[in-house]
Design a protein around this ligand. Sequence first.
Ligand code: PMP
Length: 495
Amino acid sequence: MTAIHSSILSTIGNTPIVRVNNLGPKNVELYVKLEAFNPMGSVKDRLALAVIEAAERDGSLKPGQTVIEATSGNTGIGLAMVCAQKGYPLVIVMAESFSIERRKLIRFLGAKVILTPASEKGTGMAAKAEELAREHGWFLCRQFENEANANIHSETTAEEILSAFGGSGPDYWISGFGTGGTLKGVSRAFRSRSPNTKIVVAEPDNSPLLATGIRQSRNPDGSVAASHPGFRPHLMQGWSPDFIAKLAEDALDANYIDGFQPVAGGHALECARDLARKEGIFCGISAGATFAAALKVAETAPDGSRILAMLPDTGERYMSTPLFEGVAENMDAEELEIARSTPNYRFDVKAKPAPAPAVKMVEPTRKALQFVEAVTSNQSEPVVLFALEWCEFCWSVRRLFAAAGIDYRSVDLDSVSYQKDDWGGDIRAALRQVTGAPTIPQIFVGGAHVGGATETFDAFNSGDLQKMLNANGVAFKATGLPDAYSFLPKWLHAR
Ligand code: PMP
């Protein structure tokens, strides 16, 4: 890790294998492989790079061509990183049921996210990606059947495990499956290089697919014909979609699987929380589920067994899911007791008055007074906000104006261009004289002073602001807007 990387892409893989010390029986050795250490926090970074580079090599992906994929999120996040680095536009198709964090991460990385109805399940999401790829001539990654997905796990994940365990591999290796890329790739390598490693596949207990022995129904071209009869909605995002992927089926047909371990959703959540609280290992729901399966295996494994569970991703993308249910935003009784155990900085004790803001008490300069006059009387920019960049009240006014579609000039008194010779301070002094108010923001419409943030919110709520806007020919959205005070940040509401 001391090398300088030529790009983010060479930081993918080589994830740590960590001993679990405080959970599970003492007669076995429990280990976890932490795929959260990949740059975008999941095992799917490996596949993202592998699929794109394989397509570059065989010519199926052309420079600048749009890439598209159907994914429950982590593949999309990994692809977004790879495509950002390599300069490919990316479109991700995702069922609406996957966590909001994933959508936002993908969009933050510059890709587009197309949502499909949850009722159409994983098959619907995949079919939509096919349809868009066909229509627009985009490169479809096909993670569920792309051999590059399994190959990268044989070449990297399995090799990392074998080298860490000294060549002979662990006694048990536990994994769930989504595409089955991890499962097929690692277990294939183990069968030839570490044949004594027992491969245990974890599935949601309410939604067994492989363990049912029922084959996936397919169309003549190999595509999925219908949902698998074993499928039921479950908590483990990224695991067991409503069909058996080609790569997962390959692992089954090649007899790579030595056993199945069903996992209850509640136990998966509990294990993810235990890993966090008792080991300091922060991971997602499918990771908790894989660890839950490892604990079950540990119950009957011979003394001294070395058991390795794959933990596919980080917990940070599950804040809006049942994993974080019961994790409070506000202080609970114990925390309040700690807060009250010393006298100051408390919500129930009045704060000492804050020192007055550093407003120049000097007489305003003629130049600053002229500036305020010129800015507020400019008829081509009738709405003026005198603001500070860091100020939350100013942000709230900006949010209100943005929601109402009001164009305005913002004079940011603390911005770099107003800092020279304290020009911003001079203007504040002038504003104080003109408005009689020492606070920022101050808002003007058509040369008339509206007031600070609260006066502006009041004027908006009463309709007076809209009258001023109309009188000055300023366009705005007239209906469907909430109480202006709702644009204040939550911590200010409480005041
Ligand atoms: N867990 C999570 C959170 C995932 O996103 C995925 C990938 N869909 C998996 C597990 C399963 O990995 P694979 O696709 O390699 O079977």
